[in-house]
Structure formats: structure tokens, C-alpha cells
Ligand binder design. Structure first.
Ligand code: GLN
Length: 494
């Protein structure tokens, strides 16, 4: 049996029906990892021993008729910036090497303790989630399972690649400006960025805390809906979570979509969007129309300011959040012979942070400094409000907004590493959603001429995840490409 042919929810059913034990599923998953990992490098730390120990425990509980939650021992891969108790959690940064949190993030607690998912390992990412290619990792890059010369997207590239390569059924990522949706798009899988405040950030190591959200990366929409159902909700440990009803996302998926109105922002189809991407996304609009959905053109006039606004806010927040990594509070000091604490901090931070992280701390500190604060940071906050208002106005005339997820398909490894500005521009279609705090889903909608996956983005109103999952599910079923896997996942070469 090739485990990568099954969806997560199907495996759960098989364990429930006693067709497979949890241990057997765990064996199959590690077999798949062993066959593919040296080519893909999705993981920075594998938890094989612990996973088998847990699988055996769950099998014996199951035999005794005990409740196994809703995940029944299925494997979950967790991005390297979400705390898992006693498991290395390093944000793929030299500065956090050796760190093992003494506590679970709320999402880890829910999935691993309450619902009995099994954490199989920590996935690769851009250092502190800064990047769109997973090349900024201190452990080296992850390779796209569809074409090993290309990036898997970022920053949750390891989570995207492990799902595409069939190395896990469920994965968690985080999305500050597109880091769940970008790898989902480049790896041909499903990625869901929930509304800001929908999922607890407790135990998520912060990059830019007013934008960061944890969400699922899976092979199909139903699995993403299931995972969201399990991680959503108010948490007294995160004051930004909201006490809002959690819908039964999995039950709402098949609701008829006739009569829904979808807005297409004209600004999302401008310069820099690849022709092939445009064509495939537009043909999905036709599919939706055939299913009775109404399409209307909308305008988001301040969208053109999203990239500078996002980068000023993200870097400013990062410069403050990353101040704790100084070798004293977090991280190891590099030289104890330094003459004072300031020299020690600067040696440690200078040596242990990578180039991109240092660049962002410097720029963020600059934009928050006394003489420039009003000109950059405050200005960016004002523009952020205008972008949010644009979306709110648009939602008066449509139920959902759709667009490509990324302007291009996956680029080559090394192609943009020396051109950070070009890399920042890749976020043009995803980061406005974070600035507004809205939920968005990326699903695969086709392939380009090089057989690389193209992502389709569905943006919803606040806390309306059920609507984006519903449309996403219907479109996924209609397009029927979600079973397509890279040949590497099927045991072939690539
Ligand atoms: N590419 C964006 C950045 O570098 C988004 C990253 C993210 O969502 N974590 O900031």
C-alpha cells in the first residue's frame, strides 16, 4: 500500500474500522519518509522513536475500547516554530539550536494530547519565518517534490513539501504574509490561513505578532477543515483569540454554492502575474460560474501599497519580538570573554542570526526609531487601515474574493536569493490578507507547461472560514486534480 494515495480523513476511517493499526500507519509513513527525505529535506528533526512509542500506546488504548479523540493516531508534521513539549523547536535558526520548550503550544496540546495525533517531526522553514522559499534555513533548503531544482515556497516550505511527497497526512504551518498559502501553491496542496484571532498563537514563536496565524497544510480541503475544527477557538493564554462560534467546517463542505457572489479584484491581475497562472485561474472562474456562482469585478484601490506596508509592519514587529534572542534570555552566548553585556549581545546576535533576519531587524529598528517612527511605522499603520477598509467595502457586494495565490509557479533554487526585493514582491497577492486579518484558502487549480502546480486563493470575510472551505471543496471536487501526486511520492524518481 502506498500511504500517499490516501487522504488523512480516509486513514482515520481505516484505523477506526480496524483495517490498520496506528503502528502500521506509522511504519508506512516512516517508510515513505525514508524513501524520499534525502531528496526533499522536508524535516529538520524526526521523532521516529517517540512516534512509535505513542503509536503502541494508542493501539493498546484502542483495544481496550478507549476514546482516541478525532485523529486516531494519524501523523502530523509541525513547523519548527510551534512549540512541542521536549521536542527541538528552533525556528531553523542557529540562535535557537538546542532549545527544547518545556511546554506545548496550545495547538500542539489540542492535536497531540486531546485528539491523539502523532507528531512525526519538525518541518523546515525560512529562519524565523522570514522568506518565501525556505532557502533562509540554517539547515539548508527544502526541495520541491514536483521538481527538485525548485523551491517549495516559504516560509512553511517543509510543511508544504512533506504533504506533496506523501511524508505526512497533516501538517501545521504559520502565515504572516503568505507562508501557508505560498508553499501550498508551489507544492500543489491545500493551505488555510485562518482569521487572525481564530487560532491561539500561544507557543508560536512570534515573527510579527499582529499578522501571525497558525493553520493547516493538507492534501485536500476536507482534511484542512478537520484540522481547523480541532485547533480553532478562544484561549485564555492568548488575549488576541476571539470568543466566536466555531462552525462545523467538515459538515458544511458540501452545502450548495448556487447564488453566491464572488468578487474578482482587478488589481490582482495586473503586472507581474504569469500568463499561464492567469489562464488557469480564470478557467476556474468559469467552473465556478457553471456551478451557479455569480462573478463580479471589484476594486481594492489601496492594494498597491500592500508590500511596503506589510514589510514595514512585519520588520518593525520582528525587531521587537526578536530582541529576546540575545544569548542571555534565549540562545547561547558565543563568547564569555566579552567585556560587557552589550558586546556579548552583539557578538551573539551578529553571529547566530542569518543575513535575512539581521537585515529585517536593522530595518525594523530603523523604522521604529525616534526620528522616523511617524514617517514609516505610523504611516504604515494608517495605510493598513485603508487596506482593511477596502476589503470591508468589497464584502458589501460579494461573499468571497478570489485570485491566484502566487504570481508565478515555483522558481528555481538560488534564483532570487540575491534579490530580496524581488522575493518580497512574491507576497503581493497574499500579504494584503494578513494586513486585513481575513481568512484565506489556497487550493491547487491546475499545472503550468512545466507541470508545476498553480494555486487558487479564496478570501473570506472575518470568521467565515466555513464559506471559503465550502467553495474550495466544491471547486476541488469539480477540478478533480487533488489526487495527482509528484512521481517522487509514488516511489518514482524526479
Ligand atoms: N514572505 C513573507 C515574509 O518574508 C511572508 C512570510 C510569512 O508569512 N511568515 O515576510
Amino acid at each position: 500500500m502506498n500511504i500517499s494515495e490516501y487522504m488523512g480523513y480516509e486513514l482515520i476511517e481505516k484505523i477506526k474500522a480496524e483495517e490498520f493499526t496506528v503502528t502500521e500507519i506509522t511504519e508506512l509513513i516512516f517508510q515513505q519518509i525514508n524513501q524520499t527525505e534525502d531528496k526533499v529535506h522536508s524535516f529538520v528533526h524526526l521523532e521516529e522513536k517517540k512516534a512509535f512509542k505513542r503509536a503502541k500506546e494508542l493501539d493498546s488504548k484502542f483495544k481496550k475500547g478507549m476514546d482516541l479523540g478525532r485523529l486516531y493516531g494519524v501523523p502530523i508534521a509541525i513547523k519548527d516554530l510551534i512549540c512541542v513539549k521536549n521536542s527541538p523547536t528552533t525556528c531553523c535558526s542557529e540562535i535557537l539550536k538546542g532549545y527544547r520548550p518545556p511546554y506545548h503550544a496550545t495547538v500542539s496540546k489540542k492535536l497531540l494530547e486531546q485528539e491523539n495525533g502523532i507528531c512525526i517531526g519538525r518541518t523546515n522553514m525560512d529562519e524565523f519565518a522570514m522568506g518565501s522559499s525556505t532557502e533562509n534555513s540554517c539547515y539548508g533548503p527544502t526541495y520541491n517534490p514536483w521538481d527538485l531544482d525548485r523551491v517549495p515556497g516559504g516560509s512553511s516550505g517543509g510543511s508544504g513539501a512533506c504533504i506533496a511527497a506523501g511524508q505526512s497526512l497533516f501538517a501545521l504551518g504559520s502565515d504572516t504574509g503568505g507562508s501557508i498559502r505560498c508553499p501550498a501553491s508551489y507544492c500543489g496542496v491545500v493551505g488555510l490561513k485562518p482569521t487572525y484571532g481564530r487560532v491561539s498563537r500561544y507557543g508560536l514563536i512570534a515573527y510579527a505578532n499582529s499578522l501571525d496565524v497558525i493553520g493547516p497544510i493538507t492534501q485536500c480541503v476536507k482534511d484542512a477543515a478537520l484540522l481547523l475544527e480541532l485547533i480553532a477557538g478562544y484561549d485564555h493564554l492568548d488575549s488576541t483569540t476571539v470568543e466566536q462560534k466555531i462552525d462545523k467546517y467538515t459538515e458544511y463542505l458540501d452545502t450548495p454554492i448556487q447564488g453566491k457572489t464572488i468578487g474578482i479584484p482587478k488589481e490582482f491581475f495586473g503586472e507581474g502575474i504569469d500568463q499561464e497562472v492567469k489562464r488557469k485561474v480564470q478557467s476556474s472562474f468559469k467552473e465556478l460560474e457553471q456551478m451557479g456562482v455569480e462573478i463580479t469585478e471589484i476594486s481594492l484601490p489601496h492594494l498597491k501599497y500592500s508590500i511596503p506596508t506589510y514589510y514595514i509592519i512585519a520588520m518593525s514587529e520582528a525587531s521587537s519580538n526578536l530582541a529576546r534572542f540575545d544569548g542571555l534570555r534565549y540562545g547561547k552566548m558565543v563568547k564569555i570573554s566579552d567585556k560587557d553585556i552589550f558586546e556579548a549581545f552583539s557578538h551573539t546576535r551578529g553571529e547566530k542570526f542569518g543575513e535575512e533576519v539581521r537585515r529585517r531587524i536593522i530595518l525594523g529598528t530603523y523604522s521604529l526609531s525616534a526620528g522616523y517612527y511617524n514617517m514609516f511605522y505610523i504611516k504604515a499603520l494608517k495605510v493598513r487601515s485603508l487596506i482593511r477598509q477596502d476589503f470591508q467595502k468589497a464584502f458589501e457586494t460579494c461573499d468571497l474574493i478570489v485570485s491566484p495565490t502566487m504570481p508565478t509557479t515555483a522558481f528555481k533554487i538560488g534564483e532570487l536569493v540575491d534579490d530580496p526585493l524581488q522575493m518580497y514582491l512574491m507576497d503581493v497577492l497574499t500579504c494584503p490578507v494578513n494586513l486585513a486579518g481575513l481568512p484565506a484558502l489556497s487550493i491547487p487549480c491546475g499545472f503550468d507547461n512545466d507541470d508545476l502546480p498553480i494555486g487558487f486563493q479564496i478570501i473570506g470575510n472575518y470568521f467565515d472560514e466555513k464559506e471559503i472551505l465550502n467553495i474550495g471543496y466544491k471547486l476541488e471536487q469539480k477540478l478533480d486534480i487533488y489526487h495527482k501526486m509528484p512521481s517522487l511520492a509514488k516511489g518514482g524518481g524526479n
